[in-house]
Design a protein around this ligand. Structure first.
Ligand code: NAG
Ligand code: NAG
Ligand code: NAG
Ligand code: NAG
Ligand code: NAG
Ligand code: NAG
Ligand code: NAG
Length: 711
């Protein structure tokens, strides 16, 4: 902490609802359990780098060239916005900055430079940043813009630090005066032309602005932080309170489509699925400032309750605009997936509880990639656990809000938000994959191929580089090469599904066969690293796991991967559709030749049940060779992934559709095989754009098979 609290301590103390003591240089924010190295210190490698390069070369990396809600946004001098929230450009900016700096992609860095230069050059005289004038000023779209700007300043402080901080603090002076004046820009004010829904987004998503304020306070504090702290106080006081939603009498555990609209409508900001994705972290973020345990408990409840009642086996929050329930025909929005991943990785850093890291990996390795065509030029707005096709399903649809094309892949199918907001997915995963542990420790917490080069903050600093050479989660083996100029503590998160009695670790000064002992809360296993170069190998042992889902179905997991029945498909390719009309975009829209919309139509039957006793894991990886390279690229594609699970299976009789997608399967006596048993191969969900995740179970032993009346 720099010399920040030499001034006005008494005044500051009065700001804190929790009345926390503040001595000398003490930071008034509660500490996070783990901090991340700065943006840019972690680089993806192997398959993870391939995914991010595909994004950079695909839709995400070309939006500033051609996509009107970015390239011609009102933030950069155009007039194109998909809603009055003016959030398209800021969403893109928040994701493209960490993507560009993780890859050191000069083309994207140049675009970022042009974009940010325009925005900062056009800061209003009174400090406002972004397009709005006068009486229509809503803070919300600033939150993702500042998340992007703070990442940019961190990644290149020499180029952007001074300019970015000056602009940000100038904006915050205005923000302070607006908030002090009846919370203008935040709550509805008689002088302003904001509607209730517009301001409610700012109030329910405000934890994202708090992150910027905390970053400023801790990394680049002003001489007198009083205003900064007052802004935090105003924002917390005016926020929509997630503790209300996550309380016993308010939270809706049921399928929301079965609940009267007069119950769900007043709760709309809390049942909006993207808000939920962002809001999972809200309580923890507030807790840093307020010290109020109700806030931290709210985040824990948010995760437990949301995933229990509105979560999928693939780690996402299920809902199309509004939360849904657990039925396998409901789906998850891509925006919700990336926001939930960011929230969960934040929660791991804040609380250090292993489940948050495990949930981040689950969503990242399974739900996220299933939303893209393998080349990352087209994305699905929504994807359901049981999604055997991705096409226009007709006017009778199981969704509450999204249109009948929403499961198809394309440029802006259903709505542009997922086009502009998806770029943050992999980059923020990578940036959260390593954390500092105290002053002299470094931990790999989200596993996968990456490299980190950073300085541990112990006095004098320790220079460390670690290469994580692994094909995880496709391989169970993690090989680390570690280079350090002084001894330090190296930690690896051992996933909760690892069989500890069969998992092994080798490395310097480790007795062969010594036990793997992850911390019961954080999941971190600690290793003392000597000065110089060392190698560490972790071999995780694991087996197939079945997760019980509704109506006698199971989801099949092994390690961090979720396996599904992948449906082969015929592809119908069209010129991209306008999201609102579903008519082709005008001929003169400068659509790159790779950007097309796709309907995927199953070329096989999907009504398959499996015998869980018959499952067997298969891998074609040769673990004795290169531990990093050698996976196909594109990777998340049908029939190329190196791991699979085989099963005995049969078709079920009488398993029909519900509004265009597979219904819940028949249960009890009505569950019968049609025809004989056969073998199926289950493959990782991420590579299966069309898939069945929640699979009904049958017993296909000769006896039970006959008893069930199969031929
Ligand atoms: C962006 O605006 C410019 C200038 O008005 C126009 O020439 C261009 O076609 C627009 N591009 C898109 C994608 O809307
Ligand atoms: C919703 O409407 C129903 C029927 O009109 C009514 O019985 C119920 O009390 C209403 N609930 C709320 C929370 O207003
Ligand atoms: C703690 O937070 C809860 C939920 O927002 C609130 O109801 C309560 O008043 C807060 N307690 C204090 C001491 O501020
Ligand atoms: C928060 O949760 C902990 C653990 O369940 C509990 O002991 C504590 O009373 C809770 N605090 C509040 C304010 O709800
Ligand atoms: C179970 O099946 C019933 C009846 O078809 C359906 O309404 C319900 O949504 C299903 N539940 C789950 C969790 O799939
Ligand atoms: C864990 O590994 C041990 C040693 O190989 C084995 O005996 C045990 O059955 C395994 N446990 C599970 C739950 O698979
Ligand atoms: C694809 O699914 C549909 C709907 O259940 C089914 O009628 C059709 O036969 C399937 N296609 C093939 C080639 O099996």
């Amino acid at each position: 902490m720099k010399s920040l609290y030499g001034v006005g301590l008494a005044a500051l103390a009065a700001l804190f609802p929790g009345g926390q003591a503040m001595d000398g240089d003490q930071n008034p924010l509660l500490p996070v359990k783990f901090r991340s190295p700065p943006v840019g210190h972690i680089k993806p490698q192997g398959w993870l780098r391939d995914q991010m390069q595909l994004m950079a070369d695909g839709l995400a990396g070309h939006e500033f060239d051609f996509y009107k809600y970015v390239a011609n946004s009102s933030w950069v001098g155009g007039e194109e916005e998909y809603s009055s929230l003016n959030e398209g450009f800021p969403y893109w900016f928040n994701g493209i900055v960490p993507l560009a700096y993780a890859l050191d992609d000069d083309r994207l860095k140049e675009q970022i430079d042009r974009a940010v230069t325009y925005v900062l050059d056009n800061q209003h005289d009174d400090g406002w940043i972004g397009p709005e004038q006068g009486h229509y000023r809503n803070f919300w779209a600033r939150y993702p813009f500042f998340l992007g700007l703070t990442q940019l300043m961190e990644a290149d402080v020499d180029r952007y630090g001074e300019r970015g901080l000056a602009a940000t603090y100038k904006f915050l002076d205005l923000m302070h005066s607006m908030l002090a004046n009846g919370l203008r820009g935040y709550l509805r004010h008689p002088l302003d032309e904001l509607n209730e829904e517009d301001v409610s987004w700012g109030r329910v998503r405000v934890c994202d602005m708090m992150l910027t304020l905390y970053w400023l306070l801790e990394e680049h504090p002003p001489e007198d932080p009083t205003k900064l702290l007052e802004i935090m106080k105003f924002l917390v006081e005016g926020a929509l309170d997630w503790a209300h939603w996550y309380s016993d009498d308010v939270f809706i555990r049921r399928d929301l489509n079965l609940v009267p609209v007069n119950v769900t409508a007043p709760l709309f900001p809390y049942v909006h699925a993207v808000n939920v994705g962002q809001g999972l972290k809200a309580g923890a973020v507030f807790h840093r400032f307020t010290g109020n345990d109700t806030h931290s408990n709210t985040s824990r409840r948010a995760v437990d309750w949301t995933f229990e009642h509105h979560g999928s086996a693939s780690g996402s929050v299920v809902g199309d605009e509004r939360l849904a329930g657990l039925a396998p025909f409901y789906g998850a929005e891509l925006c919700t997936v990336v926001e939930a991943m960011f929230s969960l990785s934040y929660l791991y850093k804040y609380f250090g509880d292993a489940q948050f890291a495990a949930r981040t990996e689950l969503a990242a390795f399974n739900e996220l990639p299933s939303h893209f065509m393998p080349d990352y030029w087209a994305r699905a707005y929504i994807s359901s656990p049981n999604q055997p096709w991705a096409k226009n399903i007709g006017s009778e649809k199981p969704y509450w809000n999204v249109n009948s094309w929403a499961s198809g892949f394309g440029m802006e199918v259903n709505y542009p938000c997922c086009t502009v907001n998806h770029p943050q997915g992999w980059p923020k995963f990578v940036d959260a994959s390593w954390v500092l542990v105290g002053d002299d420790g470094l931990a790999n917490v989200l596993l996968g191929p990456s490299t980190v080069t950073t300085t541990l903050p112990v006095p004098g600093g320790i220079q460390v580089t670690v290469w994580a050479d692994t094909k995880y989660p496709f391989s169970d083996k993690l090989k680390y090469r570690v280079l350090t100029n002084a001894p330090f503590n190296f930690h690896v998160r051992i996933p909760d599904w690892a069989n500890l009695s069969a998992t092994t670790i080798s490395g310097p000064a480790i007795e062969p066969g010594s036990p793997v002992q992850p911390d019961p809360v954080t999941g971190l296993h600690k290793l003392e690293m000597p000065e110089g170069f060392s190698e560490v190998t972790v071999s995780l042992a694991t087996d197939i796991r079945l997760e019980v889902r509704g109506n006698d179905t199971v989801a099949v997991h092994r390690g961090a991967l979720l396996y599904s029945l992948q449906l082969d498909y015929d592809t119908e390719v069209t010129w991209p559709k306008n999201y609102a009309t579903n008519e082709p975009l005008p001929d003169d829209y400068p659509v790159p030749s790779q950007s097309r919309d796709y309907n995927l139509v199953n070329t096989s039957r999907w009504d398959v049940a499996i015998d869980p006793g018959s499952l067997a894991f298969h891998t074609t990886l040769d673990e004795s060779t290169d531990s990093l390279n050698g996976l196909p690229n594109p990777l998340f594609a049908p029939n190329v992934l190196p791991v699979s699970i085989s099963a005995r299976a049969c078709f079920l009789t009488g398993w029909g559709l519900y509004m265009g997608l597979p219904d819940a399967p028949p249960t009890g006596d009505r569950r019968r095989c049609e025809g004989g048993a056969f073998d199926v191969v289950l493959t990782p969900l991420g590579g299966a754009q069309t898939h069945m995740v929640e699979l009904p179970t049958v017993e296909l032993g000769e006896e039970s098979y006959a008893a069930r009346g199969a031929l």
